[in-house]
Design a protein around this ligand. Structure first.
Ligand SMILES: [Zn+2]
Length: 350
């Protein structure tokens, strides 16, 4: 048997008013040196200040840096600060982009990082994978999982509703991602991990079962989404890649990101992709669409801010985004006419 190594977070704390618990986590991790705090610029600032105060109560020196976007320049700026400050741990407070930057920069300098998400828009909050922008759109890079994660349900519940909807889309995407993975296993002999696949699927099933609680904005519903995203992150840690969580529906989303900036969030695009890819898999695409409709997520090109042509173009190039990732789209992808039929049948275009 080949060797399979699994790297997992050590502490996961979810609940109300959990930010001050960063002190306990740092103590249990036996952190004695300086800390670099990476935060977003906008509404996450308040949370970052609270975290900073808590860490200072331990008598540790905190260096802080604000980041604007997930650009290469931002990653390099954080790397510089790690070097200058000689920080022995990075604490990241913010949305998905802020966490991705901290994940990449800390990994490069071989220091651990703590993830403190202020929104629940995608599964990067607990995963070892980071998404970065390149001239070819965005791409996923294996970095490291957070050593600890603190998810404050009060703060995440207050984030714009669009983010939770995006989180639902990113979780629902696992229905097709896992099917694509199984296909790649059967057709290409690719490694397939039953545990990680089941864990990713379970998140999608739990969100489906509880979708009305999410739609009503109840705490328990928000918690299902947060726990679902964290479980998906664990599934990637166990698999050692983003395979259980990212298939053809993600390729479609990345194809859109490559050509059109747009305002739609990652998970919103993945959700629409899941409806269409589930149709290609011969699965129950109507149930996928129903879940998205019930939570108020986009299900059409128009709602994603796209023209019919933009959506069809993205479908036809999706298979070229990541050729090493075999999916239902195959090596040659979908023809423009078949893409148009697919989008029409599933009601994504009129
Ligand atoms: Zn995703």
């Amino acid at each position: 048997m080949s060797i399979h190594a699994i790297n997992l977070p050590r502490f996961v704390i979810i609940g109300s008013n959990v930010l001050p618990k960063v002190k306990e986590v740092l103590t249990r991790l036996n952190v004695k040196g300086d800390v670099l705090l990476v935060s977003g610029e906008t509404f996450t600032k308040e949370s970052a200040e609270l975290v900073e105060d808590s860490i200072e109560e331990l008598g540790l020196t905190v260096h802080a840096i604000c980041v604007k976007d997930a650009s290469q320049a931002a990653i390099e700026a954080v790397e510089c600060r790690i070097e200058e400050s000689k920080a022995c741990i990075v604490v990241s407070v913010g949305g998905g982009k802020t966490i991705d930057i901290a994940k990449l920069a800390s990994n490069k300098h071989n220091v651990p990082f703590i993830s403190i998400p202020t929104s629940a828009a995608h599964d990067g909050i607990a995963s070892p994978v980071a998404s970065v922008k390149t001239k070819n759109g965005s791409t996923s890079i294996m970095a490291q999982p957070p050593i600890a994660l603190l998810a404050d349900t009060d703060i995440i519940a207050k984030s714009p509703r669009k983010y939770i909807i995006s989180g639902v889309g990113d979780i629902i995407a696992k229905y097709t991602a896992v099917r694509d993975w199984g296909l790649a296993h059967r057709l290409r002999g690719e490694y397939y991990g039953e545990y990680s696949a089941s864990l990713a699927l379970m998140s999608a099933e739990l969100v489906t079962e509880n979708i009305d609680l999410v739609a009503r904005g109840l705490d328990i519903g928000i918690r299902v989404v947060i726990e679902g995203l964290i479980s998906c992150g664990f599934a990637m840690c166990i698999a050692g890649s983003s395979r259980p969580c990212s298939g053809s529906e993600h390729l479609f989303s990345h194809a859109l990101e490559k050509n059109y900036a747009g305002k739609a969030l990652h998970g919103e695009k993945c959700g629409v992709g899941t409806i269409m890819m589930m149709y290609l898999h011969g699965g129950d695409w109507k149930s996928v669409k129903d879940v998205l409709l019930r939570v108020g997520a986009p299900t059409t090109a128009k709602q994603l801010g796209l023209s019919d042509k933009q959506l069809i173009d993205a479908l036809t190039i999706a298979h070229t985004i990541r050729p090493d990732r075999y999916t239902i789209l195959g090596e040659r992808g979908i023809t423009p006419q078949a893409a148009k039929d697919l989008a029409r049948i599933t009601g994504v275009i009129e």
